[in-house]
Design a protein around this ligand. Structure first.
Ligand code: FEO
Length: 381
């Protein structure tokens, strides 16, 4: 990283639910950066529970100097909560952000910003030897979002994009924590991600500095390619996700049998996810990444079991598409889960159903075993 760009962010290992919904057993970082030059720019703040720690980090980094600008890339509270405390500490700072950011500042904090600089597409801010060029990134992940490209270092301050859960040093592979972040937080906005990737393609990007997780400094193309595939809704894992919602275990029995049959047929990457118990956001990310998904569900109160409903809602909300899908349904007297799962996905483009729909009436029997075997044949290719 450019030696004049300093990290002043914090690590949160105490919050149970990020955004009030995502479990984060490995924690999350709220990244903030300072560019030290003739003028000093602070890039974003942090979550409300870490403002004091962040201000202390910032003070150390500043070494007795005062910042000139606070650049606001994103106004979600995990990044903006320290804004008013920061302005109390440094009242002469000008706040730089998109037009929408300032209306959100008003909404969150009222009139607390003495001086504003509105950033626009392609606009620049010179700090001395460093210069920021602004890239608007609406809906990646909120409408006010922008990125900054710093010309001297080739650094992109990418807001939520390229972010990941966890603490980077705890994970070997970025995508272990980044796919769940992408598909959970940004996944609905593939078209907008494509739009900003096209803008970034015009820059010589040497580093990506997101608001969460790892600073990316090597193999930049690999990370950009991952975001390109994900935002195109292209699967990047050749295998089968079997997503199961089972009441008493019989539907799960079928899923495990299918997993074994796929293994027998040479399919190496098969994952059985228990929707009732496994982390939902991890399974959602897998559903987008695997090229084949099997939905296995018991009928319950004439509807789907609740966890399958939630799972399918998550997929549909995030524009699930371009997938080969297998169906396993169960029901002791009137199985309708298969029909209902297909109905829930009927607005999704590019869904190719396997011809065999496996029907179980209570427990797996010879007939359903034969159907599971046929389904494995259809999925193995
Ligand atoms: Fe990390 Fe959309 O906030």
């Amino acid at each position: 990283m450019d030696r004049d760009i300093l990290k002043v962010g914090v690590f949160d290992d105490s919050t149970d639910l990020f955004e009030g919904q995502y479990k984060i057993p490995d924690g999350i970082t709220y990244n903030s950066y300072v560019i030290m030059d003739e003028k000093i720019a602070v890039m974003d703040t942090v979550d409300k529970n870490f403002v004091d720690e962040w201000l202390s980090n910032l003070k150390k980094a500043l070494g007795g100097r005062k910042p000139d600008y606070l650049v606001v890339h994103h106004m979600e509270p995990d990044h903006c909560a320290g804004l008013s405390a920061f302005l109390k500490e440094y009242p002469d700072v000008a706040v730089v952000g998109s037009k929408r950011a300032f209306s959100m500042i008003q909404g969150f904090f009222g009139d607390c910003v003495p001086e504003t600089i509105e950033a626009t597409e392609g606009g620049t801010l010179s700090l001395g030897s460093h210069e920021l060029r602004f890239v608007m990134a609406p809906m990646v992940h909120w409408p006010e979002v922008m990125m900054s490209y710093e010309l001297k270092s080739g650094s992109v301050f990418s807001a939520d994009a390229f972010g990941s859960f966890g603490r980077p040093e705890d994970f070997d592979e970025w995508d272990e924590q980044a796919d769940r972040y992408y598909f959970g937080i940004v996944g609905k906005y593939g078209a907008q991600v494509q739009s900003v990737l096209a803008k970034l393609a015009k820059f010589d990007v040497k580093a990506i500095l997101p608001l969460h997780g790892k600073v990316i400094e090597k193999e930049i193309d690999r990370y950009i390619s991952a975001y390109d595939r994900w935002s195109r809704y292209e699967s990047d894992r050749d295998g089968v996700l079997i997503a199961v919602s089972s009441a008493y275990g019989h539907t799960m029995d079928a899923a495990r049998l299918l997993s074994g049959y796929l293994g027998d047929r040479g399919v190496k990457d098969v994952v059985v996810a228990d929707l009732n118990r496994d982390d939902m956001s991890s399974t959602v990310a897998k559903a987008f990444r695997y090229d084949k998904v099997v939905l296995a569900c018991v009928t319950y109160n004439g509807d789907l079991f609740p966890y399958m409903r939630e799972f399918l809602d998550c997929l549909v909300e995030r524009n699930f598409k371009n997938k080969k899908v297998g169906i396993i349904e169960n029901g002791s007297w009137a199985p309708v889960a298969g029909k209902l799962m297909e109905k829930r996905l009927e607005g999704c483009a590019g869904i190719e159903y396997c011809p065999t729909r496996v029907k179980i009436t209570s427990a797996v029997n010879l007939q359903s075993i034969s159907a599971l075997s046929a389904l494995a044949d259809e999925l193995k290719g």
